[in-house]
Design a protein around this ligand. Structure first.
Ligand SMILES: [Zn+2]
Length: 490
């Protein structure tokens, strides 16, 4: 081969490669940039129920583009619905929220419906719809969603019921998978926000898995295609959440749906939505789901994902679980006449409640000691600070309002983090100011150990500078950041 011929070949390859890839990239970038156009505005928080999505599904019935079928019923009688569209031969099946408290992808699915309802991107849609038939089963576990629990009304984890099929939700998923004999499956979940990309401080905002179909973790064409598709999605996602992608453990679980559906011949992609800084309602992660799931669907239609090496899948860092909500490094902790240096890892922990968000936070010290291999969403170097045990204000206040009238900041500056209130509102377990509330008859022990609620002052040069209360780090000299909640102890 002479040099010139070689050069031409290289040019042709570069041209083909870049032109098709660029247009797909542009498409995905525009999905990201124009996301708000498609965002389903009636859902803005993670906790929502079947009754919230049913009007949206009913609306789709009025649109010829969508085929809506009731395909099953939950234990408590809520409908399971399959929404299908497209004229192609390749079947793509996506199901979400088999765990009731994992709703991020369900939100994104309704955004995706809005995308297909809109008039734009005709060329891209034509490409997808001529090649594919796409099926969505959103909120597979509506009874769990009602209680915001992982398990269904039977108390069973649907993802361990793929073989025994005792739950009607499991039976439905199996029956639909079999009747479609789908080429591709998307198993949509949420994972703990405490997962990070291995040996980095970055949260695993999204984790992927091409589930194994046997203990040997063999890779056949079905699983190999899932790996390639994941590697493709990872390339897209890296632009929007660099370093924030993890690879989920691929130990074979013979009772799980993903593993079995892979075994039954559908290329399964598991997507786990984790944490993203300052996104407690997971609205940004919802957007990342929207962009990457649509990108994957597009790449299945164009077959672009097939050019990706499986090795790229294995290059995604593994999931690790080394994150805290708040990590304090080098706290000076005085105990029985000596002072010790400890790091503290604090978890916030959601508790379901009848508040506007549907929950409040009840924090605990998750670990203490040398936590140098761990990270925090928020990190604070406390090495110049000594722990000071907070005091209980001696006089009882009549109401919560009387506390705020007295002045929260001045109480904190005097070292009080607990107040007694005689008339406690019956329906509240949390307060929005940084003081714990106790009933007037009761005293409380203040402790500093793993499992305890983290509530203490940080003192420097004899001056109280910070309060840690229920997982919040509060500066006593400024009020720059939003506060979660403190607790009412009855
Ligand atoms: Zn799950």
């Amino acid at each position: 081969m002479n040099t010139r011929c070689f050069k031409n070949i290289v040019l042709v390859i570069v041209f083909i490669g870049s032109s098709s890839l660029l247009s797909a990239q542009d498409f995905y970038q525009q999905l990201f940039d124009n996301y708000d156009t498609y965002k389903e505005q009636s859902i803005t928080k993670r906790r929502f129920t079947h009754s919230k999505i049913m009007p949206l599904i009913s609306n789709l019935k009025g649109n010829d583009f969508f085929t809506v079928q009731k395909v099953g019923t939950s234990i408590k009688g809520k409908s399971l619905n399959l929404i299908s569209f497209g004229e192609g031969d390749i079947d793509v099946f996506l199901w979400s929220q088999m765990h009731g408290d994992e709703s991020t992808a369900t939100m994104a699915i309704f955004d995706i419906f809005n995308f297909f309802k809109a008039d734009d991107f005709q060329q891209e849609k034509k490409e997808m719809l001529s090649k594919l038939r796409i099926h969505f089963l959103p909120m597979l576990n509506p009874d769990g969603a009602e209680m915001f629990t992982r398990r269904n009304a039977l108390g069973v984890d649907i993802n361990r019921d793929a073989l025994r099929l005792q739950s009607p939700e499991s039976k439905t998923l199996k029956r639909i998978r079999d009747s479609l004999n789908a080429d591709f499956g998307f198993n949509l979940h949420d994972q703990s926000t405490y997962y990070n990309a291995n040996r980095t401080p970055k949260p695993a905002t999204i984790s992927y898995l091409a589930p194994a179909y046997n203990y040997e973790k063999d890779v056949n064409e079905t699983r190999g295609n899932a790996m390639k598709l994941i590697a493709y999605m990872n390339d897209i996602l890296q632009q929007y959440a660099p370093g924030q992608v993890g690879r989920y453990n691929d130990d074979f679980e013979p009772r799980a749906f993903g593993d079995n559906i892979q075994k039954w011949g559908t290329s399964v992609v598991l997507i786990e939505s984790g944490g993203y800084p300052n996104d407690p309602e997971k609205q940004h992660i919802r957007k990342l789901n929207f962009v990457t799931i649509l990108s994957a669907i597009h790449a299945i239609a164009t077959e672009e994902f097939k050019a990706i090496s499986r090795d790229n899948y294995f290059n995604i860092p593994e999931n690790d679980r080394k994150l805290f909500d708040l990590k304090l490094t080098g706290v000076q902790y005085p105990l029985l006449g000596n002072t010790y240096t400890v790091d503290l890892g604090i978890h916030e922990n959601e508790v379901s409640a009848h508040t506007e968000s549907g929950y409040f936070y009840k924090a605990n010290i998750a670990d203490m000691g040398d936590l140098s291999t761990y990270f925090g969403y928020e990190e604070f170097d406390a090495s110049a600070y000594k722990v000071v045990v907070p005091k209980i204000y001696p006089e009882a206040f009549s109401t919560l309002q009387a506390v705020t009238e007295k002045g929260v900041a001045s109480l904190l500056k005097e070292g009080y983090a607990f107040v007694k209130v005689s008339n406690l509102p019956q329906d509240k377990d949390a307060v929005q100011f940084p003081l714990h509330v106790i009933s007037s008859e009761k005293n409380t022990d203040i402790k500093f150990y793993v499992g305890a609620n983290p509530t203490f002052f940080l003192e420097k040069n004899g001056k109280l500078e910070y309060l840690v209360i229920n997982g919040n780090l509060v500066s006593l000299s400024s009020e720059e950041k939003p506060f979660g909640n403190a607790l009412i102890f009855r």
